[in-house]
Design a protein around this ligand. Structure first.
Ligand code: B4P
Length: 196
């Protein structure tokens, strides 16, 4: 089983590249951002609680996202592997994920981190905010708050996986195609192309 974490700051292209990776390698995509937005769209109690944090550019509490990931892992017992997009975002989430995978007798194979300069991140997110209707992309203040959360709470997750020799940086500020080519170089050997 191959378990990939696509890592990086808000707007670094995790969601964009996940779509390419799933298509080529056939892994199951688990995006906590997408799962939370779906809960918000359905107006569930979890979604209403999460929205309060997301609208301010803050991370949603760990127990909420860990619970969501745990049930998605259980729902896909025959998966060839998973791509975790936007999760884990805190060291507590990383430790919880390691435990959940150990229960399934597997572990994280590699963490690929998309490296993009901060001014480009801000530009990308504000640009998406013009059309996405996402409240967390709408104002520069909220976008900057998300980047501060990333530095304070998410960046330490890199050290957690670097300790195990599983953390690798990938240049994330080329075109979508250029970035995918660099990711593919890392993944071809590890995953192999999907079995049709
Ligand atoms: P997420 O939904 O995870 O996503 P993201 O950080 O906005 O961005 P991503 O890196 O996926 O960027 P994308 O490809 O879309 O998080 C949203 C919020 O949910 C968080 O702030 C938090 O509140 C909450 N949340 C989610 N997971 C959580 C967790 N585990 N714990 C707690 N809270 C959590 O790309 C962005 C833009 O750039 C797009 O418009 C795209 O078209 C463009 N783009 C992508 N690649 C490009 C390229 N190469 N060149 C130019 N533009 C590019």
């Amino acid at each position: 089983m191959v378990n990939l974490i696509l890592f990086g700051p808000p707007g670094s292209g995790k969601g964009t590249q996940s779509a390419n990776i799933i298509q080529k390698y056939g892994l199951i995509h688990l995006s906590t951002g997408d799962l939370l937005r779906s809960e918000i769209g359905d107006k569930t109690p979890l979604g209403q609680e999460a929205k309060k944090f997301m609208d301010q550019g803050l991370l949603v509490p760990d127990e909420v996202v860990i619970g969501m990931i745990s049930s998605k892992l259980d729902a896909n017992p025959d998966a060839r592997g998973f791509i975790f997009d936007g999760f884990p975002r805190t060291t507590a989430q990383a430790e919880a994920l390691d435990k959940l995978l150990a229960l399934k007798k597997t572990s994280i194979s590699t963490v690929l981190s998309l490296e993009v300069p901060e001014d480009a991140l801000i530009k990308r997110l504000l640009n998406r905010g013009l059309t996405s209707g996402r409240s967390d992309d709408a104002s520069e203040d909220v976008v900057k708050a998300r980047i501060v959360e990333y530095h304070n709470k998410t960046a330490p997750v890199a050290d957690h996986y670097a300790k195990f020799g599983k953390f690798k940086k990938v240049k994330g500020d080329g075109t979508e195609e250029e970035v995918f080519e660099l990711l593919s170089k890392e993944l071809d050997e590890l995953v192999g192309e999907k079995v049709q």
